[in-house]
Each structure stands twice: as structure tokens, then as C-alpha cells.
Design a protein around this ligand. Structure first.
Ligand code: AOF
Ligand code: ZN
Length: 351
């Protein structure tokens, strides 16, 4: 029915209100309708808090709910997590019809929520605006489908494909790129840099969106060189968590505190990705430098390359961006001009 699309669009608008606050949970929106009238709306407001369905249902009386239709952007859950199962609440509320956009890719839920509703005699319709709902929770969906985080490499290069001048901090891109990168970081759950970048650039890796869950700053420091640099912003600025992956955790005993966490690794990127997967990190923004990019590239796990290019030639004193061994084809290419710089985004063809 046409109105199903209309009400689902509203549910998607509701879901978006939770952006930057649902963290490892999906953004979900709900709309309850009876006789073509909207009775209540709701959304998942914060990680750990009420689900969208409960948020909407709790605003209505039993009488209002009875025989109503619930529009929800994600399949209602059927398991006990931080919240009780929404499917049970929907059944208890005597909602007659449930329209769902996306089937939950989370293996604890997939299909089970829908089945529970059907078993209780509720009419269930799925797939209404499924693509839009999936796009809303792109990284969440990828994580549960592929059992690892989505990985974007980000690099800022000159026209001669160099990242900067050797051993000194070099800003080659303009202020619009600076703003865009700060905004873009907010979409990811972790930002990754290598120890060289940490020491040379001393970055704070801030993101521009206000959130209770700013991206975690992950530093790959196999040899444990950073223990001698407690002055780095990553250690002194408590705005975001810093996680160090090293083969020498013992060196960091003094730096370990409530926002700095030390992880032991075997030194491979695969191990870092595995450990991040285990703690539920769904998306990585790998900022470099070139060695880290190269190491990620070699795993074959990179899903997207984001390149910012500035109109400058760094010449022979510049150091090279990473270079793949073979020809690489991109899909879904996006090109955007930011004043006199370019942003080029390409997904790898395996995605
Ligand atoms: C949400 N918000 O509106 C819906 C979700 O730990 P819990 O209880 O919050 O459960 C999280 C899971 O519940 C989540 O991964 C997803 O599978 C399902 N549905 N989650 O956070 C919602 N409807
Ligand atoms: Zn739920």
C-alpha cells in the first residue's frame, strides 16, 4: 500500500534523530498508526536505552494500541539484551499489523522477531524502504553480515602522490578538508594511526559531532615506542579513549588509565581487526601513515579508499603514499571539490 511507504519514510526520519548516540546499536525509528492517523512516534535515543518500538508504544494506552499498525525501520528484537524483547511487547499491546523496513542482520534476531510476531497471529509486512533503512545502518549491517568492521583508508596527498615531507608534520590540504575530515570521523567507531604519525603529528584526532561515543583513537605501536612519549595529546587529552596495540604491553604500565587501554597483539593487522571485532567495533577510519595503509591493503580487508588531493607538488623531499602491488578497480566513485582540493571516494570492487 502506498501509505506504507509514507509512514515508513516518517519512521526513517524518526530513526535519524538518534544519530551519533546509538553507538554499536542501530538507529531505529517507529510510527504507530490507526485509521490513517499517527498516534505516536518513537526512536532509539541512546545506546542501552529503550528500543524505538517501546519508545512509541509507551506513549499510548492499551485501547489506542489495540488494532493499530506499527511501522518500524528494523525487525523487532526477540531476545534479551540490555532491553527486553520488543516482539513480546508488540504482541501484548495487541498491535494488529507490523510493517518492517529491514530484517535485522544481527544473528541473534534475524527472522526470529518476525516469526514470533507471525506465530502470535500478527500480520507482518517486510521490505518497505528496505534499502533506505539499510543505508541508515550501513556499518551495523556490514558488521553483522561480514563479521568484521567496515574499513576505510583515508589519505591526504599531493599531485605527485606524496603524503608530506619526511619526518615533519606537513599540512597540504585546505581548511575545508580539515572540517570535512573532522565531520567524517564522527561516522566511525574507531580511527587508526601508526606510532610514527602519533609521534610526528601529535594529533588529537577529534571529531566534530557531539556524542557520548566519539570514535576511539587506536594506535598501532608494535615496538612500544610511545611509552616514552606521555606528553602526546593521545595520552593527555581525555576527550576520547585511546587504545594502544603493541607487542610490549609491559612498557605501558604507567600510561594505562581510565581512557588509555593497552592491547597485546601479535603485530599483524589481522589480529588488530580480530580484536576490534570481538569488542564490537563496526567501522574503522584508517588515517595512516603510508606504512599502516600498506599493511592494511595487504590484508585484502580494505573496503573503501578516501583520498583528499591538494594542488601541490612535494617533489623529492616528499614521502610516498602507499602503492598497491596490482591494478585496483573502484566502484561507486564519488568526487567532490572542496575549494581548491578534491575528495575522491571509491569502494573496492569486492564490496
Ligand atoms: C536497538 N534499538 O530500536 C531496536 C534494536 O542490547 P539491546 O537490548 O539494546 O539490543 C540491541 C539489539 O536489539 C540490536 O543489535 C538489534 O539487533 C536489536 N534491535 N536495537 O538498539 C532498537 N529495535
Ligand atoms: Zn527491541
Amino acid at each position: 500500500m502506498n501509505q506504507d511507504y509514507h509512514f515508513m519514510d516518517l519512521a526513517i526520519q524518526e530513526a535519524i534523530k538518534g544519530r551519533y548516540q546509538t553507538w554499536q546499536n542501530p538507529m531505529v525509528g517507529a510510527v504507530i498508526v490507526k485509521n490513517r492517523q499517527i498516534l505516536a512516534t518513537g526512536y532509539h535515543q541512546h545506546f542501552g536505552d529503550s528500543h524505538a518500538e517501546r519508545d512509541a508504544i509507551s506513549k499510548l494506552t492499551f485501547e489506542q494500541l489495540s488494532n493499530s499498525t506499527l511501522y518500524v525501520t528494523l525487525e523487532p528484537c526477540s531476545h534479551y539484551g540490555k532491553q527486553p524483547p520488543c516482539a513480546d511487547l508488540i504482541i501484548k499491546s495487541q498491535i494488529k499489523r507490523v510493517v518492517i523496513a529491514q530484517v535485522d542482520p544481527h544473528s541473534l534476531v534475524t527472522g526470529k522477531g518476525i516469526q514470533k510476531l507471525k506465530d502470535a497471529g500478527i500480520e507482518v509486512v517486510t521490505g518497505i524502504r528496505a534499502n533506505a533503512a539499510q543505508a541508515l545502518n550501513y556499518f551495523y549491517t556490514f558488521f553483522y553480515q561480514h563479521h568484521r568492521p567496515w574499513i576505510s583508508l583515508k589519505q591526504a596527498i599531493s599531485l605527485d602522490h606524496k603524503l608530506g615531507l619526511t619526518n615533519q608534520r606537513t599540512a597540504i590540504t585546505n581548511s575545508k578538508v580539515y572540517e570535512k575530515v573532522h565531520q567524517e570521523r564522527s561516522d566511525y567507531q574507531a580511527i587508526i594511526i601508526g606510532s610514527n604519525t602519533a609521534m610526528i603529528d601529535n594529533p588529537s584526532l577529534h571529531s566534530s559531532q557531539v556524542s557520548d561515543y566519539p570514535p576511539i583513537r587506536v594506535v598501532l605501536d608494535r615496538r612500544g615506542r610511545l611509552f616514552k612519549r606521555p606528553d602526546l595529546k593521545l595520552f593527555t587529552d581525555q576527550s576520547q579513549a585511546t587504545w594502544i596495540f603493541t607487542q610490549h604491553p609491559e612498557l605501558f604500565s604507567n600510561l594505562h588509565n581510565s581512557w588509555v587501554k593497552i592491547f597485546q597483539t601479535d603485530g599483524t593487522i589481522e589480529d588488530v581487526v580480530n580484536q576490534l571485532t570481538k569488542v564490537g567495533i563496526q567501522s574503522l577510519y584508517v588515517e595512516g601513515g603510508a606504512k599502516i595503509h600498506q599493511a592494511f591493503w595487504q590484508t585484502g580487508l580494505v573496503d573503501e579508499l578516501i583520498t583528499y588531493q591538494a594542488p601541490v607538488l612535494l617533489g623529492k623531499d616528499g614521502y610516498d603514499a602507499f602503492t598497491p602491488d596490482n591494478t585496483v578497480l573502484f566502484t561507486d566513485l564519488k568526487l567532490k571539490q572542496l575549494a581548491n582540493n578534491f575528495r575522491i571516494e571509491g569502494k573496492l570492487s569486492h564490496v
